[in-house]
Design a binder for this molecule. Structure first.
Ligand code: NDP
Length: 480
């Protein structure tokens, strides 16, 4: 990947931040009309720059189908913006709450106002280089914030195009993009933002948490990890295989919520494997040169995947390369890694210790569903969990018997593409959620507003001088 260097000096970043912060402090409420205007401009930006953004994403990856960029980076953002536009007047309404007994009956009125945080920093990942910054941007703008964005430098053309697009539609003190490498990320995270939204890996997340601690900056961490697929006894295997391989090979496996490994009842394993191979061949009759099959983004990432495979093979794993057209495994100049299924894997292998983030799918057998649940529960809580099977009791057991950021039953990725349910991780897969109302709340601060009545009777019992009557009345509140 080569691209224009657009490093900003430390001073520029601090100046940008100061301007956004000053602007955010002069308008603490941010009226509905102002928020809607920003959302409209963000929509106009996405529409006007859609083709260019898709083109630069393809160029940055080598090959990346436009359909994929449209669906995941562009229309996901448009969905979030339109949902906010439609619902913002309701979301912004102060929520009426009941005041504590007996204050409510003594005339106290309680409300929660969702106030803007101020300035939100959004640091994105390279795998969906637009969507990982623009989807949270939609929520942050809806909540009335100023936004400073840092896309990944791994996709530099995309970062530059996004910076141009934002500069065309927003004043710098509203939304701005800073580009550059991790050092720019470090400069950003040293500033006293009102929230940092980070999408990326757990190692970087630890650096960010340490940096954010300095100014007590709250974080939304959208991380990854190993998202399991559990195939049940009553799964429709051809359908399950089709969806598993679709999820696994979307963006060539470089998807945070992509299936990482499959757990299948041992008696069904051979049949599932045949279906996984057949489903792959139907989607991708050939791999190298196929514009529908995304390249692995960089040489370093290809090397990493090869190292995972070599380590697994050395430690006894069996590998099945899915190669419908019998192509050479490596073709000079091709950025693709052919899909593989792995068998006989164990915890000593790096492939079972790390998020794979590529077109490699370990397939593990289990005897009883409890064994599959124990396997998942013995490991860090996943970002996504998938269950395939037409057995409602078993599905309930899987849903209730595991904790993950989100679950999809009889499909993949679906829960991550919704505006009406929150998207986020748990434990090692992150914390904090966005999309729809959940994103609006994440990027707002709930402010309690209590109104005393004219009679002001509440503190009478507590205001000295104390009398036996006051003590008896307070004592009466101590009850079960
Ligand atoms: P990284 O953690 O390497 O980087 C993420 C971002 O952080 C990049 O913009 C990077 O900059 C920046 N960065 C790196 N170091 C620092 C630092 N010290 N301080 C501040 N910023 C820094 O993640 P990847 O880009 O490799 O993304 C892959 C990971 O993201 C996977 O684990 C995947 O599962 C996860 N992910 C999670 C998603 C979710 O929504 N939960 C969605 C998409 C991906 P630069 O790249 O310029 O060096």
């Amino acid at each position: 990947m080569t691209a224009p260097e657009r490093l900003l000096a430390t001073q520029d970043i601090a100046t940008l931040f100061d301007a956004q912060r000053a602007a955010s402090r002069t308008d603490q409420q941010v009226a509905l009309s102002i928020r809607l205007d920003r959302i409209e401009r963000a929509l106009a930006m996405m529409v006007a720059h859609c083709d260019r953004l898709c083109a630069v994403m393809s160029a940055d990856f080598g090959t990346r189908p436009k359909e994929q960029s449209l669906a995941i980076d562009i229309t996901a953002t448009i969905d979030s913006l339109k949902t906010a536009r439609r619902n913002l007047h309701k979301w912004m309404r102060p929520e009426r709450r009941a005041a504590n007994f007996p204050m409510g009956i003594l005339g106290v009125r309680a409300h929660v106002h969702h106030r803007p945080l101020g300035v939100v920093c959004i640091i994105g990942a390279w795998n969906f280089p637009v969507g990982t910054v623009t989807v949270p941007m939609a929520g942050a703008l809806a909540a009335g914030n100023r936004v400073l964005i840092k896309p990944s430098e791994m996709t530099p053309r995309t970062a530059a195009a996004l910076a141009d697009a934002v500069a065309e539609f927003f004043a710098q003190d509203e939304v701005a993009v800073v580009t550059g490498d991790a050092s720019v990320g470090r400069q950003l995270t040293s500033l006293p933002f009102d929230r940092i939204v980070f999408t990326g890996g757990a190692t970087t997340a630890r650096h960010i948490m340490r940096a954010a601690a300095e100014h007590l900056v709250p974080l939304t961490l959208e991380l990854g990890g190993k998202s399991p697929v559990i195939v049940g006894n009553r799964a429709d295997l051809p359908q399950a295989a089709r969806q598993i391989m679709f999820g696994k090979l979307l963006n060539a496996g470089q998807v945070c919520v992509g299936p990482d490994y499959v757990l299948v009842p041992k008696p069904l394993r051979e049949a599932l494997v045949s279906e996984l191979v057949a489903a792959t061949a139907r989607m991708f009759p050939r791999m190298h040169g196929n514009p529908d099959y995304t390249d692995i983004a960089t040489d370093a990432h290809r090397q990493h995947l090869r190292a995972l495979l070599a380590d697994a093979r050395d430690k006894g794993a069996r590998e099945l390369v899915i190669n419908p057209a019998n192509e050479p495994l490596e073709v000079p100049g091709s950025g693709k890694i052919l899909p593989r299924l792995l068998f006989d894997v164990d915890d000593d292998m790096a492939v079972m210790q790390q998020e794979i983030f590529g077109p490699i799918l370990p397939v593990l057998g289990y005897e009883r569903i409890d064994e599959a649940l124990d396997y998942v529960n013995a490991r860090p809580r996943p970002l996504a969990l998938y269950y395939f099977g037409h057995d409602a009791r078993e599905a309930k057991r899987v849903i209730d018997g595991t904790v993950s950021g989100g679950v999809t039953v009889n499909d993949v990725l679906l829960h991550a593409a919704q505006e009406q349910v929150p998207f986020g991780g748990v434990g090692a897969s992150g914390f904090g959620q966005y999309r729809g109302f959940d994103g609006f709340r994440e990027f707002s601060t709930p402010q309690a507003v209590l109104r005393q009545s004219r009679l002001n009777l509440v503190w009478g019992l507590l205001r000295p001088p104390y009398t036996p009557f006051k003590l008896r009345a307070l004592r009466a509140l101590v009850s079960r």
